[in-house]
Design a protein around this ligand. Sequence first.
Ligand code: GLU
Length: 440
Amino acid sequence: MAPILRFAPSPTGRIHIGNARTAILNWLFVRKSDGQFVLRYDDTDVERSTAAFAAGIAHDLGWLGIVPDRVEYQSKRFDRYRAVADELRAAGRLYPCYETADELDRRRKRQLARHQPPVYDRAALKLTPEERQALEAEGRKPHWRFKLDGRNVEWVDLIRGPQHIDTTNLSDPVLVREDGSYLYTLPSVVDDIDFGITHVIRGEDHVVNTAVQIEIFEALAGKVPHFAHHSLLTGADGQGLSKRLGSLSIASLREGGLEAMAVVSHAALLGTSDSIHPCLDYRELIEGFDLAKLSRAPARFDDNELRGLNARLLHMTPYAAVKERLEHGDEAFWLAVRGNLTVFADIKDWWTIVAGDITPKIAPEERSFIDVAARLLPPAPWTSETWKVWTEAVKAETGRKGKALFMPLRLALTGLDHGPELALLLPLIGRDRTSRRLGT
Ligand code: GLU
């Protein structure tokens, strides 16, 4: 049976590099195994979820090259969750609780003061039907907790290896709020069962959830999927990324000019035993993909590293892949300047240097040297050999070599002390412009 995986963002905001990494790992698994990818919007929080965020997420995934086979919204499945909750109620696994948040808080503090674990004491389970009625007569509405088995839940995590969590140490989780709304826990399991999800790849912040959810899968006689929990991203300083997530949204990375495949390569290879290197398309990433390569240690995300990767990706990008995006210039221009781009938009500056108006930099003490060089300019047409022919002639005449020979020419021709190889630039700049820049 072909694997079925899901990526399950909450459309309460845009996805960031951390979510994208989860999505990409799921996508690579699907592509490697000829499986299916379900995009599931976890929008049970109807107040905070918006259609605009959902559309934004779909757009971001599309930009990353991820095309779901199926799209689902939890907000359209409330009837189904209600039916399942009733099933759990009938089986005695979902029980009503009437404590207010304040009461629970006080209870937790008392437990902590007595050095007891702050686990819900199941007081509500001991209520008699009369006591419940009395509470409801007071106007209290119940929230509903799932009664955990209180046992050692075990699974073999495809990243973390054998796991076991004793659910005796956990509070019975609230699955349904007082107002009848659902927390994420139950709908996620119901959907995973209904959509035939075979593998759940998600962040390790869900490890404890997994123990709880495995109990729910079993209570519903659903097939428990395989689980893989990847480590979370930290900043270069080892701290969590939470404060910077806005600027690390996929939308802002895109607007900042990064290439989709640079973001994909970075997210896919970060925290694996493979080196982080640019991949022009998914092929190599799919081929090399293996959950066993993911490290359990937190993966460090460094913006500078991503920008560096973007530059390396551009450096190896063939003309055919950018042809449509180039406003000016031909293949020779692309091949000349691609190695000097950090983001694609930098190309504008190089076009100006090739074909626009620049201010040549000619120091007064270099004036006579530049005059000699101008006099020795070879006749048109110019080719990639012209630079060599010209500088050999200038060298022979002036006796200059190395930096003393090349730098004044670069400064005069481009106004900059760095840039693409002049052998490639010179024929693009052409004889007329060169001659003008040299001041002749
Ligand atoms: N909406 C959940 C989240 O973004 C999904 C977790 C899961 O994959 O089950 O954390």
